[in-house]
Design a protein around this ligand. Structure first.
Ligand code: SF4
Length: 252
């Protein structure tokens, strides 16, 4: 079953297209947990769970009841009529990890329809799940923000770094760029080798680094050191503009 967590029309807050008006579709579920990011969410019963900044779109056990089961493609396409959108607005496919639905018929049909309507489609993915570009050529029309997880995610290396998949997406997709989440402690621990290794699996090596942050306060705390790190390494600094403007608010 395909699950949609939320949709919203906003500006892209991260990576290459920061500031671009975009319609977001956030799909539910992920193949990772990334508890190393130590973001927390309080449940209705008062207990606290730990994960990434979109834990409400990752943790099926606790949040499935809030997700929308999608049974027909028009349920997704109908979302475009709910907003006053600029012509051919960018569509961002995010999660969770949207590629858990990479072979889902409704999902593919949705992407094909978006492409027919001339929307630029950008995936935000951890790049650990294979995409069948031959069976589903629509993926060749999509741009992928490869947010490959670093050791600061707390995930096992073999699970988070898949050289063949990074290479395949980089080779076959319309375009790709890397987007890494980095905190001050990880900078001092030296992430260079990890980033060098991951980017070596792609012939396209445009790299954006953004601060790990669960809220505006943490974003600001992690920003300056990361800016200096990016200057040293020649990476692009990426803000989390939505967080800087709207702090922890969701769905914007
Ligand atoms: S891969 Fe992304 S969405 Fe999944 S748990 Fe990690 S940070 Fe969250």
């Amino acid at each position: 079953m395909l699950y949609l967590v939320e949709h919203f029309f906003s500006i892209q807050g991260e990576g290459r297209y920061t500031g671009t008006p975009s319609l977001f579709f956030r799909f539910g579920g992920c193949n990772m947990k990334c508890e190393g990011f130590a973001c927390t969410e309080e449940l209705e019963n008062g207990s606290i769970i730990k994960g990434c900044d979109t834990i409400y779109a990752v943790d099926k056990e606790h949040f499935l009841k809030n997700w929308i089961p999608i049974k027909r493609v028009d349920e997704l396409l109908g979302v475009l009529d709910l907003y006053e959108l600029p012509k051919c607005v960018d569509v961002v496919i995010t999660g969770g990890e949207p590629l858990i639905y990479a072979n889902d018929e409704i999902f593919i049909n949705f992407l094909e329809n978006l492409h027919k309507k001339s929307h630029r489609i950008t995936f935000e993915t951890n790049a650990s799940l294979a995409v069948d570009f031959e069976k589903y050529p629509i993926y060749k029309e999509c741009i992928f923000a490869l947010s490959v997880k670093l050791s600061n995610s707390g995930e096992n290396e073999k699970k988070r770094i898949k050289p063949d998949i990074i290479n395949s997406i980089s080779t076959n997709a319309k375009d790709v760029f890397f987007k890494f989440s980095i905190d001050a402690d990880s900078i001092s621990a030296g992430l260079d080798a990890e980033i060098d290794e991951i980017s070596s699996y792609s012939h396209k090596t445009q790299i954006y680094c953004m601060p790990v942050a669960k809220d505006k306060e943490e974003l600001e705390k992690n920003t300056l050191e990361l800016v200096e790190y990016c200057k040293t390494k020649g990476y692009n600094f990426s803000d989390r503009l939505h967080m800087r403007i709207w702090d922890k608010e969701k769905g914007i």
